[in-house]
Write a protein that binds this ligand. Structure first.
Ligand code: LMR
Length: 350
């Protein structure tokens, strides 16, 4: 098993949770659930094991890409690699998985870019409200030199980024129609555990509550929170629309993922296997990113067809009000993110 990677200050309770996960994984392996050690280490001729937890449902863009990566990798390298995909937060939530990756308890993750603000302020560029009008703009930025450089931002913390995966653009859901920012005033909004998203909700007069993805449905159902922001595919597959009677097509932000591996584990792979897995991941990324918009649009239609939640499509004037209300967040975070990165994103977004 790999030792702690330098650079990350991990709270004691988080470390204990990671150790507990390690114990669960070891128990699974003892029950025949795994052919190799919990840290993915190779013993004699045993295959390398890549434990890959994530939080969304298998049918989401991320769920489909993770599954396809598993299938193609295992088919191309029979007996040499096993990819164990754990969807729907069944193994752990996102923030724990970042720590588990750094400690080598899992080998691969695909976590929302928003959740890395504890490790670097640079990724917050993806959460500047209304910066990217659509996925094509995000893709241009990610493919630019500034975007590509972000992949290796966390290597000194034991985390190596290999690809960016799309989910889609975020929409708002709530207990009443959200037509103008004033409609959000006083509502408790679940947000990801991210300071910039907290600021975004404060900017529209809402009360942000940071919460792990796996807890959101119940929190909405029981009224612990009133509202939330997410993509169509997450709103559909996690059934948020069943407990949120109103939705607004705001496209105010982006959810995409940093697909990362434990740097030490990755370096330990034989060169041909590492290169082959990276090529496989690149192909899967191209396949999945090209389908993510379609999946989101299909799920939007499924929600509309269910009749459970009423959709508001904003007029240009109403949209402008949301943009103006959220805009102060840019000034709050531009300095920490770095003007260079914000400018590169703006250039790509044109
Ligand atoms: C969320 O927490 O709302 C999203 O990051 C979940 C996801 O992985 O898409």
């Amino acid at each position: 098993m790999h030792g702690p990677a330098g650079g990350i200050m991990v709270a004691v309770h988080s470390r204990i949770r990671v150790i507990l996960v390690g114990l669960v994984l070891a128990a699974l392996a003892a029950c025949g659930g795994s052919d190799a050690g919990a840290g993915g280490a190779l013993q004699s001729n045993e295959p390398y094991v890549i434990k890959f937890p994530h939080v969304t449902a298998p049918a989401t863009p991320k769920g489909q890409m993770a599954q396809r990566f598993k299938e193609v990798a295992e088919q191309r390298f029979p007996g040499r690699v096993i990819v164990e995909v754990y969807p729907s937060a069944q193994l752990m939530e996102d923030t724990e998985s970042i720590e588990a990756l750094a400690f080598g308890e899992v080998q691969m993750i695909a976590v929302s870019l928003s959740l890395f603000d504890r490790l670097t302020p640079r990724f917050q560029v993806f959460d500047l409200p209304f910066l990217f009008p659509n996925l094509a703009a995000v893709e241009r930025f990610q493919a630019s030199p500034a975007g590509q450089e972000l992949k290796t931002t966390l290597t000194d913390q034991g985390i190596l980024g290999l690809q960016f995966w799309h989910n889609g653009m975020k929409q708002l859901t709530g207990p009443r129609p959200l037509i103008e920012p004033d409609d959000a005033r006083g509502l408790k909004f679940r947000v990801m555990e991210s300071d910039i998203l907290q600021a975004e909700i404060e900017a529209i007069g809402g009360s942000p509550q940071k919460m792990a993805f796996g807890e959101v449905f119940q929190a909405l159902q029981t009224g612990t929170v009133d509202a939330q922001e997410n993509t169509w595919s997450n709103i559909y597959s996690s059934k948020f629309y069943e407990v949120q009677p109103y939705m607004t097509e705001s496209n105010h932000g982006y959810i995409g993922y940093y697909v990362a591996v434990n740097a030490e584990f990755w370096k330990s792979l034989p060169d041909d296997l590492r290169a082959g897995l990276e090529a496989t991941l690149a192909e899967v990324t191209q396949w999945g990113n090209a389908r993510s918009e379609e999946i989101n649009q299909q799920d939007k239609q499924r929600i509309i067809d269910s009749g459970r939640s009423q959709l508001t499509v904003l007029t240009p004037q109403q949209l402008q009000l949301w943009q103006s209300a959220m805009r102060p967040v840019w000034d709050q975070f531009r300095g920490a993110i770095g003007a260079d990165l914000v400018n590169a994103a703006l250039a790509a977004a044109q």
